[in-house]
Design a protein around this ligand. Structure first.
Ligand SMILES: *Cc1c(COP(=O)(O)O)cnc(C)c1O
Length: 434
């Protein structure tokens, strides 16, 4: 299957090309040429399948023309070594818990899948060529990508992060790994890190010497596998007789997660509608209201992984709806929550129902609480474990929370990082000579 660019100015790419390039040469995002509907028998039988089984079928619809079934199933099963349980919070509201992977956030699914798919393509080409993945992170992406690629043959990973601007827990998740993972601690902010990465992709000397790849959510191998857990949510609700009129509410930043859900819907997943939950960075809600998309600088909030002022996957949403805001409005509504709202939601839901939300999931929960009808089943994506935001959450509920063992294991590791200025020449010199 071929992949086209949302800017329609680049040649169509094969899957291997789209995964290795990340962004299309015209700076558009790659989209699959076809979105195949899964057969009715699949939905009839889905409640009898486990997560890996149903995901292998979904992966087959995307990648089955390009990767033999046995190899694809192995990639899917290696990726999904954890579950995504749907947990009832109260009444008709459910949390789809996506934090049971190695770094306790949903990005583990895409990060692990992309690592395995890239490694597969490198092996296919004889394995002679070493690939260098460079990724800028403000926190969660770096840990999911680094852990996803840890020990993967033929791939070096360089994580750039802003010195002093990520939490200690986040920092430990990508600075303690060693092996094929290097962390660069940049004297600057996240935008500086992103600029260094972008400049590296455009630098002719670097591109002659190294095969550089990006692992942002623009990459189709990170983005499409996120459809898997929407099917898993449906299967779990179906088993309990609650699968009528499902509404998914997705805490959104770059809009990769919700776009994967929209694609699952196009594949035939029975869903009634979607809600995109924002924090104060609400350009998408503005777009729904006014029909005009006007990106702006992001502001800092408690739900920091959603602090995005120009969501990169907006282009994919627009493409799916033929650039018609009326069409988008029929399927997706929006909502926005301030830090005060987030605090209130976390405190209320914990106090009343004993369920502890993280700041991102809090936006998702509240989006349902404010919007769903009685005959609907609401599922919000709980995108990270609350312990990743320990101080914030403990301050709100005024109680110590338990830290999962795998998070404590990271905390016990020794930080290893390389200091780097925010000057591109220093970064280039480092990459040329390392
Ligand atoms: C990345 C992230 C989000 C936002 O997801 P998008 O796909 O960028 O919309 C939400 N919550 C958490 C915890 C994240 O790490």
């Amino acid at each position: 299957m071929k992949y086209y660019s949302t800017n329609h100015q680049a040649p169509h790419a094969t899957l291997a090309e789209a995964v290795k390039k990340g962004l299309a040469p015209d700076k558009g995002l790659y989209m699959p040429e076809k979105i195949k509907r899964l057969p009715e028998t699949f939905f009839r039988d889905i409640a009898d399948m486990d997560f890996q089984e149903m995901s292998s079928a979904v992966a087959g619809a995307f990648f089955g023309e390009d990767i033999p079934e046995g190899d694809l199933t192995r990639i899917v099963c290696d990726t999904l070594n954890f579950d995504t349980p749907a947990v009832n919070v109260h009444d008709n509201i459910w949390a789809l818990e996506l934090f049971h992977g190695p770094t306790l956030a949903f990005k583990d699914v895409g990060g692990r899948f992309m690592a395995r798919m890239l490694s597969y393509f490198i092996a296919q080409e004889g394995g002679g060529q070493k690939v260098t993945v460079i990724v800028a992170t403000s926190g969660d992406t770096g840990s999911a990508v680094a852990n996803g690629f840890l020990g993967v043959e033929g791939i070096d990973v360089i994580v750039l992060y802003p010195k002093g601007k990520v939490s200690e827990i986040q920092e430990k998740q990508f600075t303690t790994l060693g092996r094929n993972i290097t962390a660069l601690e940049v004297a600057g902010n996240f935008d500086d890190c992103q600029r260094l990465v972008k400049s590296a992709f455009m630098d002719p000397d670097l591109n002659r010497k190294l095969t550089l790849t990006s692992a942002n959510s623009i990459n189709v191998a990170r983005f499409l596998p996120q459809a898997f857990y929407y099917f898993n949510a449906y299967a779990q609700l179906k088993r309990q007789g609650k699968a009528e009129n499902i509404v998914f509410c997705v805490p959104s930043g770059n809009f990769g997660n919700i776009t994967a859900g929209l694609i699952a819907w196009r594949m035939g997943l029975p869903v009634r509608r979607f809600i995109a939950a924002n924090n104060r960075n609400d350009v998408f809600l503005e777009y729904l209201k006014t029909g005009i998309y006007s990106p702006r600088a992001s502001v800092q909030t408690l739900a920091n992984a959603m602090d995005v002022g120009d969501p990169s996957n907006f282009a994919r949403v627009a493409e799916l709806y033929g650039n018609s805001v009326e069409a988008v409005r029929k399927d997706i509504s929006g909502c926005r929550y301030t830090d005060e709202d987030i605090r209130n939601t976390i405190a209320t839901v914990y106090g009343k129902y004993g369920y502890l939300l993280d700041p991102h999931g809090a936006c998702g929960y509240q989006g349902l609480a404010d919007n769903i009808a009685e005959d609907e089943t609401g599922v919000f994506l709980e995108t990270a474990h609350p312990a990743k935001f320990k101080e914030t959450v403990e301050g709100i509920i005024r109680k110590d929370i338990e830290i999962p063992q795998r998070l404590r294991d990271f905390m016990a590791g020794e930080k290893m990082s390389v200091g780097m200025s925010s000057d591109f020449n220093d970064f280039k010199e480092y990459l040329m000579t390392r």
